[in-house]
Design a protein. Structure first.
Length: 481
């Protein structure tokens, strides 16, 4: 039995060859359960898989296929792979976890016959019938010494086994997706102001890109919501609300169709503000009574704008309702006022209400002219404002954001300053961070550190840091690699 990690391996994102290999592996796995070895379909699929394996043998001298959480790797290269598609991989991996299996290692001496025999053997095993130790002994008895099973990673340690280079690639891809989403929001706002047609397909595509990234690695895109220094807050705010809403939707287990509708609704939740005077939106002073009356009209304006400017379908219907309801609180305070039957707001509206309030309060724009730190905003929402939100959804969102939200700057006991990258499910007080400075100043090269690792026990977070007080801009550190 071998470890599921090999820190000496190259750590990059996989290409099409690895994608085809993983897909072929799980397709053959599924085929082996329903047809015999001498069936032409099984033989053809086995030969096709082995040809792909041989290409990888020539490149790396081995083939390691493993699953960590909902991520799939070939030789430590992250594969972009739909495990709920035709391959049925998610079902297989769920069984593997019950058996304690995290993957399989084929060395370069593996023959086609060995691979076929292994697939036939492992595909017939059912959960709870054996464990990884008994399976390893069975492989030895079958004389399959060129093939080894890998131990599964405990769920609470999955993130710690993602290679550092893969994390960097996640963050690079997250930035690309984030700014594409902002560009789409800008285009929607401009075209709405001009009463021109809106490219709905493009908007849906960027929502699906966000869904893909969040399901693969939510923290790398959530950290971008910490960037507040944009010329036009409207674009960043709508993008942030979409990211937070989708993350909450993923945690709730919404299917892809509903996630698509939720993300679409979130992007359009503030579209009514396009119909308000620009001077009002950007007013630097506190609002007077007349300003508030105008501002409180934007939910109704938003619903009308969606219904007038967009083709009517489920996405636009959801978006119209989200725009109308996102400032109606759980206790029916807020606006617009409901003068007739008071019915609970839609789930999507409740989600958008929470994440919209959080982003607005931490940004210090429009409603408040001074930003509040994320930890203080969460406390405010949990106590002073708790009657306004659904308590269950707020609790899940608090877990998403964590004690030290991704993108926050923190001071460590070692007098070092660090950027929070990823929350740690094992201990939320000890996240994965990037150390950017110490008592002597900023470091020339940042150090990536898992505070939950045993050898990092000397490093603990003392408190959050307000970047402005130290002349720092958090976006400089988020976007520097």
């Amino acid at each position: 039995m071998t470890s599921t990690t090999n820190d000496e391996q190259i750590r990059v994102l996989a290409g099409k060859e690895e994608e085809r290999l993983v897909n072929a592996f799980f397709v053959l796995y599924k085929t082996a359960r329903i047809i015999e070895d001498n069936n032409p379909t099984f033989k053809n699929q086995a030969e096709a898989l082995f040809r792909l394996m041989q290409q990888t043998f020539e490149l790396d001298g081995m083939v390691i296929i493993k699953a960590i959480g909902n991520r799939y790797f070939v030789n430590n290269r992250l594969v972009k792979f739909d495990d709920k598609g035709i391959s049925g991989a998610s079902t297989v991996v769920a069984e593997w976890k019950t058996l304690g299996v995290g993957g399989v290692h084929f060395n370069a001496d593996t023959r086609l016959e060995d691979m076929q025999q292994f697939i036939r053997f492992i595909s017939q095993i059912r959960p709870n019938s054996q464990d990884i130790n008994s399976l390893t002994m069975s492989l030895q008895s079958h004389r399959l010494s060129t093939i080894q099973l890998l131990s599964a990673v405990a769920k609470n340690e999955e993130d710690r086994f993602i290679p550092e280079e893969v994390r960097r690639q996640f963050r690079k891809a997250a930035r690309s997706t984030f700014f594409k989403a902002m560009n789409v929001v800008e285009e929607v706002v401009v075209r709405t102001r001009e009463d021109a047609d809106i490219n709905i397909s493009k908007t849906k595509r960027v929502v699906h890109s966000l869904i893909d990234h969040i399901t693969r690695d939510e923290s790398s895109i959530i950290e971008l919501t910490a960037i507040k220094d944009f010329d036009d807050y409207t674009y960043a705010h709508s993008t942030n609300v979409c990211i937070y809403a989708l993350t909450l939707g993923v945690r709730l287990g919404l299917d892809r169709a509903r996630l698509s509708q939720l993300g679409f609704s979130a992007l359009f939740h503030d579209i009514g503000k396009v119909k308000l005077p620009t001077d009002l939106i950007r007013k630097p002073d506190a609002y007077d009574e007349n300003d508030w009356l105008q501002m409180q009209s934007h939910p109704l304006l938003g619903a009308k704008t969606v219904l007038r400017n967009l083709k009517f379908d489920m996405h636009s219907a959801r978006a119209a309702r989200g725009a109308f309801e996102h400032h109606i609180n759980s206790d029916f305070t807020g606006y617009p006022r409901l003068h007739h039957e008071k019915r609970p707001t839609n789930l999507f509206s409740q989600i958008i209400s929470i994440v919209d309030s959080f982003d607005a309060l931490t940004s210090g724009r429009v409603y408040l002219k001074e930003a509040i730190s994320p930890d203080k905003v969460l406390k405010k929402m949990q106590h002073q404002m708790k009657s306004k939100f659904d308590s269950f959804l707020l609790r899940i969102f608090t877990d998403v954001v964590g004690i030290y939200p991704s993108g926050s700057l923190v001071l460590l006991t070692t007098d070092e300053v660090a950027l929070v990258l990823t929350n740690n499910d094992v201990d939320k007080s000890r996240p994965y961070v990037k150390i950017i400075g110490n008592a002597e100043g900023l470091l020339p090269t940042a150090e990536w550190v898992d505070l939950a690792a045993e050898f990092q026990a000397h490093r603990k977070i003392v408190r959050l840091i307000e970047p402005e007080r130290y002349g720092l801009r958090v976006e400089d550190f988020i976007l520097d690699d």
